[in-house]
Design a protein around this ligand. Structure first.
Ligand code: SF4
Length: 151
């Protein structure tokens, strides 16, 4: 994604970031992506170790509706963005995905600095998606995740 700042079509690799947690969750490994694979989660964990104000997180974060709302806003805007940008070609699409990923990373870093290092992970749309897929898979095939990992 860093290289995509210099060559926009590389932003398409952002799709790998988005589909990897889904594939891992559907394969029965639950949220292993969050604990072992996600570069953003790893980055904010490391930054937060050194730069962290440790403020009390707003009550909003504990509300049941907040996480689905963040998910809906981010996924909704991503889909609208795809619809608008795909006809403009690969450079515009790569750039749009790059901007989207970088906005999420900035939000994640800000949350990590202000509250706890991995605060973002409590509302992250991809973490929410993979958690729901894990639960859905458990319900459908009555089989626990192969390796239960929590973040
Ligand atoms: S919750 Fe989101 S940011 Fe955190 S590790 Fe999982 S996918 Fe990455």
């Amino acid at each position: 994604m860093t290289a995509a700042n210099f060559y926009k079509p590389l932003g398409l690799f952002g799709f790998i970031c988005m589909f990897t947690p889904i594939i891992i969750a559907l394969s029965g490994y639950g949220k292993m992506h969050c604990a072992r694979v996600c570069p953003r989660g790893s980055l904010i964990g490391k930054i937060g170790k050194y730069v962290n104000l440790g403020l009390k997180r707003p009550k909003l974060y504990s509300e049941k509706w907040f996480r689905p709302l963040v998910w809906a806003v981010m996924m909704g805007s991503f889909i609208v963005m795809l619809i608008l940008v795909i006809p403009q070609g690969i450079f515009a699409l790569g750039n749009a995905i790059l901007i989207f990923m970088e906005i999420a990373t900035v939000l994640a870093i800000l949350n990590g600095i202000l509250f706890t290092p991995r605060q973002w992970c409590t509302i992250c749309p991809m973490g929410y998606t993979s958690g729901n897929l894990r639960n859905l898979r458990k319900k459908l095939i009555h089989q626990p995740a192969k390796q239960e990992v929590t973040v």
